[in-house]
Design a protein around this ligand. Sequence first.
Ligand SMILES: [Zn+2]
Length: 147
Amino acid sequence: MLDKNTLGVFLLKKYPTAHNINNDKTLRNYTINIKNHYLKKSEPLSKIKYDDKIHVINNALGLHSYVSRVQGNKLKSKNEIRIGTIFKQSPEPFLNMIVVHELAHLKEKEHNKAFYKLCQHMLPDYHQLEFELRLYLTQLELIGTIY
Ligand SMILES: [Zn+2]
């Protein structure tokens, strides 16, 4: 597809529109909805936001961080989810995939079997979407946006 320059056409046909979850407030609502549906009992999230530094610094697409500190005689912890700004304008299924990935880390820290099982529970098409996300990122890097 790259040789024939048809990757963009392929992606646009499959994903004709970008989502409109393009600020931190709508991202937060979107993420909380998925969490409440599948992971209601897991730990709360203190911060959910788009972060333009993720791609550069961590060479990652999203980030789940778990910060714990001692306050008085209590151990306080908070979970944060940061999503790369590359997802601000993307097909909704890719945003769904990355949010599901970061939410799964609330329960499983490692990328193990249980982790991917949980991802698939929240998003049955998880593996196919992860593959197509790579195609999409290749398109962005080598050619540019499809929208
Ligand atoms: Zn991960």
